[in-house]
Design a binder for this molecule. Structure first.
Ligand SMILES: NC(=O)c1ccc[n+]([C@@H]2O[C@H](COP(=O)([O-])OP(=O)(O)OC[C@H]3O[C@@H](n4cnc5c(N)ncnc54)[C@H](OP(=O)(O)O)[C@@H]3O)[C@@H](O)[C@H]2O)c1
Length: 358
C-alpha cells in the first residue's frame, strides 16, 4: 500500500492517452497509481513500468475487469479505444470516480443511456467527468473562459489545424478516417458520426452557458480534398485522386446564421492537395475566437509535434488530453455524486514539477 494521503488511480488501457496519463499520475503530488486494465493479451500480467518502458512500478496490469474493479482505488482514468456504457456503469458501481476523454463532456440528461450512467454514479455516491482537448477543453472550456472578456458576442469558434501525417494509427487513419480511399467511401464512412457526438455536446455547452437561442439542430458540414500527386504517409501511400484531407464543421445556428462553430482541418501535409488547402501560413495550431466587443482570439501552439518523426514517438496533443483528465481527478473526487462537467467543477489546473511542489 502506498501513501495514505494520496488518491489512488486506476488506468484503464495503455494506448497513447493511457501511457501519458500514467506519467501525469506519477508526477502529480496528490495521486498514485493503484492498478491498470489492459485490452491486449500480451500486456496482461506485466508490470506497468515494463509496458511503459520505464523501471518497474510495482503495479501489475490485468485484462480482468473483475480483478481491476476489486482493487482499492478512488478514481479510474478510462481511455480505451472503444468505450462501453456497461464498463462505465460497472466502474461507477464499484465505488470509483471516473475521468475520461471518450465522451460525456456535456451529456443530454434526458437520454436514457446517459440517465443509466448518472443513476449508477448517484447510487454509488461517485462522479463521472468527461474531458480531453478537442472536444473537451479547447472546444468549450477555454472559449467560455475567454468569452467573459467580450460583450455582445456574435460568434464563438474553436478550430483545429493538424497535419495527420503525425498520427501513427494506420488502421484508424485508413478505415475510420477514410484517408487513402475514395471520397465517396469517406463521406459515407463512420468518421462524421463518431466525431459529431462529442463536438455537438461541446457546441451545446457553449450555447447553453452563454444563453444563445440556437436552432434545435446543430449543422454538420464535411469537405474533402484529394491527392493531386502521390503523398507519402509512412504507413501507406496516398495515390492521386484518393482522400488526402478532411474538414468537419459543427455549427449552432440562430436564424440560419452560425453563432458557435467547432471545426477540424486534417491535412496529409500542405503539398499536392486538390483543392489546394493549407494551414494559412500560421502552421498547425488550435484556435479559439470570440467575435464581440472586443473580438478576442487565442492560439494554442505546442499541442502538435515539431516534426512528423517526433509525433510518431509522442504526440503532445495526446499527452495534453491525458493531463486534462488526470489534473481533474482531485476536484472530481471531491465533487458531489453524478455526472459533473466543467460548469460544475472548480477552476481545474495543472501541478508544478515534483521538485517545485510544496
Ligand atoms: N477528447 C479528446 O480530445 C481525445 C483526444 C485523443 C484521444 N481521445 C480518445 O481517447 C481514447 C484513447 O486514445 P489513444 O490515443 O490512447 O488510443 P490508442 O493509442 O489507439 O490506444 C487505445 C488502447 O485501447 C485498448 N484497446 C484496443 N482495442 C480495444 C478494443 N477493441 N476495446 C477496448 N480497448 C481497446 C488498448 O489498450 P492496451 O494497449 O492497454 O491493451 C489500446 O492501446 C480513444 O477513444 C480516443 O478517441 C480523445
Amino acid at each position: 500500500m502506498g501513501d495514505p494521503s494520496k488518491l489512488r488511480v486506476i488506468q484503464w488501457a495503455t494506448g497513447g492517452v493511457g501511457k501519458a496519463a500514467i506519467a501525469c499520475v506519477r508526477n502529480h503530488p496528490q495521486l498514485e497509481l493503484a492498478g491498470c486494465w489492459v485490452h491486449s493479451a500480451d500486456k496482461d500480467g506485466r508490470d506497468v513500468g515494463e509496458i511503459l518502458g520505464t523501471d518497474p512500478l510495482g503495479v501489475t496490469a490485468t485484462s480482468s475487469i473483475e480483478e481491476v474493479l476489486a482493487t482499492d482505488a478512488d478514481c479510474v482514468m478510462y481511455s480505451p479505444l472503444i468505450p462501453a456504457d456497461e464498463e462505465v456503469i460497472a466502474i461507477l458501481r464499484s465505488g470509483k470516480n471516473l475521468v475520461t476523454p471518450v465522451g460525456w463532456v456535456y451529456p443530454d440528461a434526458a437520454n436514457p443511456r446517459v440517465r443509466a450512467i448518472a443513476d449508477a454514479a448517484l447510487e454509488a455516491g461517485v462522479t463521472l467527468h468527461g474531458s480531453g482537448i478537442h472536444p473537451g477543453g479547447i472546444t468549450e472550456r477555454f472559449p467560455l473562459m475567454v468569452s467573459s472578456l467580450s460583450s455582445a458576442v456574435t460568434h464563438v469558434r474553436a478550430e483545429e489545424f493538424s497535419d495527420i501525417r503525425t498520427y501513427n494509427a494506420p488502421d484508424v487513419v485508413r478505415h475510420i478516417m477514410g484517408f487513402g480511399g475514395t471520397p465517396e467511401e469517406a463521406m459515407q464512412g463512420p468518421m462524421a458520426g463518431l466525431l459529431e457526438a462529442g463536438f455537438k455536446m461541446s457546441v451545446r455547452m457553449v450555447a447553453d452557458h452563454m444563453g444563445f437561442r440556437i436552432d434545435p439542430e446543430i449543422r454538420t458540414i464535411q469537405e474533402i480534398a484529394v491527392a493531386s500527386a502521390d503523398i507519402d504517409y509512412g504507413p501507406f501511400p496516398i495515390a492521386p485522386g484518393a482522400v488526402a484531407a478532411r474538414r468537419f464543421r459543427w455549427e449552432a445556428l440562430v436564424d440560419g446564421q452560425p453563432v458557435i462553430t467547432a471545426a477540424v482541418n486534417w491535412l496529409m501535409g500542405e503539398d499536392n492537395l486538390e483543392p489546394g488547402w493549407n494551414f494559412g501560413g500560421r502552421g498547425e495550431r488550435f484556435e479559439v475566437e470570440i467575435t464581440g466587443d472586443p473580438t478576442v482570439s487565442l492560439t494554442f501552439k505546442g499541442l502538435q509535434p515539431e516534426t512528423i518523426a517526433a509525433g510518431l514517438q509522442k504526440n503532445p496533443g495526446v499527452v495534453a488530453t491525458a493531463n486534462h483528465c488526470v489534473n481533474a481527478i482531485p476536484d472530481v473526487c471531491a465533487a458531489g455524486p453524478g455526472i459533473k462537467t466543467y460548469l460544475d467543477l472548480p477552476l481545474l489546473a495543472g501541478r508544478p514539477g515534483p521538485h517545485l511542489a510544496q
